[in-house]
Design a protein around this ligand. Structure first.
Ligand code: UD1
Length: 419
């Protein structure tokens, strides 16, 4: 089992080009199934989750290859409709393939991806929406068989009880080749959904309203391949900015999605960091001595503060002057990283969905384990600001979402080694 050894205490500075977004690459890889030809994805990040998605595509009969920062997916000869249980288990996002396989083949067999590090993650909204579109769903002991009797899903009006990102994406994937019009009310508005829709439009789909709460899709019988550039990863961006904020220093973040990062940047600015953003660049300077954030930091669906950036910002605020309060509203179990931060000297009290972070003058190195993807990134963030060396285990969580994270941190002058 690999570990990361991070030695903190030095200022960081440098330029970094942001990786492509994990959360838009995964549904777009599923969407490539719908294009009856070759899709080229530029700016595709090399992540273990991306390789898991390519294994799923492979078992369905797609050819998938990677060269430089491109992924090439040829779905011309798709034949399979079943995702084996072990591949479903590799990542939660495997559920995205349900809508895409149904859209292409009219039937699929998958399994419930199950709970994960963030607590139970049900798929009830996904299944209810598929049923509204004429899909018959049978669950036998966790193995789910879906079938569209006529072979082609029917457009429907679907109102989501909560703007779930995954459910919105699955509905879009099934609806783009359905018969007639689908309307999604209370749709998620995350930028990655817009990137997915942009890709699908390049394949010939007709979608309107993405980025808003009401999305309309007019189904087309066939889609074709395209060349698409994956958007930048706003959460990786938030992570590297949090590292600089915590350790002190300056950064130029290139290839950044500045507008999409605004909900995060507006909170980070309250810590006293100087931030200038324009076009696709963000410049940020931090003295390393942050002010606590006065208002409660509430995670909310986009354009609210992103739940995926909660842990890394908390790590930076662990040494701020004053007390910051977080409220986690998206996932039930998203404070598991706090034990590691406390072990490093942080003062954090968790009460249900609220975490109270009293800034301490200094953190110290410790032996910790990554609890989940963003929690692991928070540990690196804290370690870069801490005195001494932190040994982080279970880093496979981190590799799911950050491309060559130790190279990126070293480029900024941080001391990190994979052993
Ligand atoms: C996506 C992101 C994840 C991010 C999350 C919220 C990807 C690959 N992952 O996850 O990084 O943290 O959005 O921004 O894009 N829920 C149900 N029933 C359902 C579906 C969801 O109860 O059928 C609940 C979930 O348990 C959770 C909440 O709704 O509490 C939000 O989940 P959702 O927006 O669906 O997140 P994901 O798509 O899984």
């Amino acid at each position: 089992m690999q570990k990361l050894l991070v030695t903190g205490g030095s200022r960081l500075s440098g330029e970094l080009s942001l990786q492509g977004s994990k959360n838009s690459t995964l549904p777009i890889m599923a969407a490539a199934l719908l294009a009856e030809g070759e899709c080229v994805l530029r700016n595709c990040p090399r992540l273990t989750d991306v390789y898991s998605a390519s294994r799923i595509l492979g078992c369905l009969g797609c050819r998938c290859s990677f060269a430089d920062s491109c992924a090439v997916i040829d779905s011309g000869a798709v034949s399979g409709t079943e995702i084996p249980e072990h591949l479903m288990r590799e990542m939660r996002s495997s559920i995205m393939f349900m809508g895409a396989i149904l859209g292409r083949m009219g039937e699929c067999t998958i399994s419930i991806p199950g709970g994960c590090e963030l607590g139970p993650r049900p798929i009830d909204m996904h299944l209810a929406a598929m049923k509204r579109m004429g899909v018959e769903v049978r669950d036998s002991g966790g193995r789910i068989t879906c079938r569209i009797p006529s072979g082609r899903a029917k457009g429907a009006r679907i109102s989501l009880p909560f703007p779930s990102v995954g459910a919105t994406e699955n509905i879009i994937l099934c609806a783009v080749t359905a018969e007639g019009e689908t309307v999604i009310n209370n749709a998620a508005r995350e930028p990655e959904i817009c990137d997915l829709c942009c890709f699908l439009r390049e394949c010939g789909a007709e979608i309107n309203g993405d980025g808003e709460s009401r999305i309309t899709i007019n189904g087309k019988a066939h889609l074709h391949g395209c060349i698409h550039t994956i958007m930048a990863d706003r959460i990786a961006g938030a992570t590297y900015l949090s590292m600089i904020a915590a350790a002190g220093g300056e950064i130029i973040l290139k290839n950044a999605c500045t507008a999409e990062m605004e909900p995060f940047l507006s909170v980070l600015e309250q810590t006293g960091c100087s931030i200038y953003s324009g076009d696709d660049r963000i410049y940020m300077r931090s003295t390393g001595r942050l002010k606590a954030v006065r208002d409660r930091i509430r995670t909310m669906p986009h354009p609210g503060f992103p739940t995926d950036a909660q842990a890394v910002l908390m790590a930076a605020l662990a040494t701020a002057d004053g007390t910051s309060v977080f409220e986690e509203n998206i996932f039930d179990c998203r404070y598991r990283h706090t034990d590691a931060l406390v072990k490093m000297g942080a003062d954090i009290q968790v009460m249900g969905k609220v975490a109270v972070v009293k800034g301490v003058p200094e953190l110290h190195g410790a032996e910790v384990n990554a609890t989940d993807l963003r929690g692991g990134a928070a540990m690196i963030t804290a370690a870069l600001a801490a005195k001494g060396t932190t040994e982080i285990g279970c880093i496979s969580h981190i590799d799911r979402g950050y491309e060559k994270i130790e190279e990126a941190v070293r480029l900024l002058g941080g001391s990190v080694r994979r052993v």
